[in-house]
Design a binder for this molecule. Structure first.
Ligand SMILES: *[C@@H]1O[C@H](CO)[C@@H](O)[C@H](O)[C@H]1NC(C)=O
Ligand SMILES: *[C@@H]1O[C@H](CO)[C@@H](O)[C@H](O)[C@H]1NC(C)=O
Length: 386
């Protein structure tokens, strides 16, 4: 019986392979994996080979193990995004956006905020997937791009300001570890900014990769509800010594004054060149097994968010984008990847924000808190719903 099945599968595998576009074009596993339309199917009884995703689904699962290349999308569908109160592709100003006033000059063939006149304005790389898996790319892309823009505003002087992605996860209401949108984070932050406060810093609210709807890893045991403790906190002593943690009412924070949505390479270049990195949607499937080089795969659907820090020009492949991912520095080119102009749907949906105020030594605008936070303690409910 087993033998019969294997023979039948063998027959089917070969028949399917004969007119399968992926099988004919890719003999090597690496080539197969790099093509978004194809998937590599391993088999013991018959030769492992490359199949189109449609053909791969018809192969008997007892015989073939096909790489599941499609990952869960970290972007919510438009209807769900709008249900969260986010304006799809929204702009802070409806008539004339500040983006439209930027000059469309001749741009250099190579331009990166990570290496501009020998200086780097790029803030730290992050990893959204530790201590456990969390689909918060949308928060990471937006927060990293904004962090870079604050660094630009500071002319790369002083200690980098790293903003708290976890504050956005706890209080943003525009997404979670189960996904979000390109548009949501800055819309939330501008509303918060109008109320006179901003997003807290990493040192008052470190990333834990949890949201209220995540049961992954230790998340069941973590309270991520939006309250003072989960905006900015300090834990001054052991519980036995009189109380563990204090939610802060005064804490370093950053606000924005404007945001907007753009698409297309020209708008992206203009925005990046004049004002700094932006966050953009991308098709992540071809990125899963990326190691280095310029990706040219066209892309099938936007399911991930990254921050674009510049571009370059390759003698052979032409113009490409320089992009920071949020999968750690061990991934790709030290956490970054390069993608050819027009590939991976990177140019479809991008967002930008303009920093306004931020707490920094040179601004002398810090409220100086004690180790236990007693002199900065959050007092009222109004402060808790930031
Ligand atoms: C926001 O502005 C961009 C161009 O600057 C435009 O393409 C987009 O449609 C605008 N969004 C909305 C919701 O009007
Ligand atoms: C936010 O930072 C500003 C300084 O940039 C400070 O004046 C303000 O008190 C801070 N807000 C909170 C809630 O701590």
């Amino acid at each position: 019986m087993k033998f019969f099945k294997a023979v039948a599968a063998f027959g089917f595998g070969l028949a399917a392979a004969q007119d399968d576009a992926c099988h004919t074009s890719h003999k090597a596993k690496a080539d197969c994996t790099a093509d978004a339309k194809c998937t590599w199917c391993e088999a013991a009884a018959v030769p492992s080979a490359c199949y189109t995703k449609e053909d791969a689904q018809k192969l008997p699962p007892a015989v073939f193990t096909c790489a599941t290349r499609s990952r869960r999308s970290e972007l919510l569908p438009r209807a769900e995004v709008e249900k969260l109160g986010v304006v799809w592709r929204g702009n802070a100003t409806t008539h004339q956006s500040s983006h439209d006033l930027l000059e469309a000059t001749e741009f250099p063939s190579d331009f990166s905020w990570c290496n501009k006149d020998g200086k780097s304005y790029c803030t730290m790389s992050r990893n959204q997937h530790i201590p456990q898996y969390c689909g918060s790319c949308w928060a990471h892309g937006a927060i990293s791009a904004l962090g870079d823009r604050i660094k630009i505003a500071r002319n790369a002087q002083g200690v980098d300001i790293n903003l708290a992605v976890q504050h956005l996860l706890n209080c943003g209401g525009v997404g979670s570890c189960k996904g979000g949108s390109v548009d949501g984070p800055y819309q939330w932050l501008l509303e918060l900014s109008k109320k006179g406060t901003g997003i807290s810093y990493e040192t008052a609210n470190p990333y834990v990769a949890c949201s209220s709807d995540s049961d992954e890893g230790f998340c069941k045991h973590v309270d991520t509800s939006c309250k003072a403790l989960n905006v900015a906190r300090t834990c001054g002593s052991f519980s036995q010594e009189g109380g563990p943690c204090t939610g802060l009412g005064e804490f370093p924070n950053a606000t924005i004054s404007d945001y907007g949505s753009i698409s297309g390479a020209d708008a992206m270049m203009k925005e990046i060149f004049h004002r700094g990195p932006i966050s953009c949607g991308v098709d992540a499937n071809p990125l899963l097994n990326y190691e280095s080089g310029i990706i040219k795969t066209k892309g099938e659907g936007v399911d991930h968010v990254v921050s674009v820090v510049g571009w370059g020009t390759d003698p052979k492949d032409g113009m490409y984008w320089i992009v920071r991912n949020s999968w750690g520095e061990y991934w790709g080119e030290m956490g970054y990847f390069r993608v050819a102009k027009g590939a991976l749907l990177l140019e479809d949906q991008c967002s930008w924000a303009v920093p306004s105020s931020f707490t920094a030594a040179e601004k002398k605008n810090q409220v100086h808190c004690h180790e236990g936070g007693d002199n900065c303690k959050a007092k009222d409910v109004a402060q808790m719903v930031v």
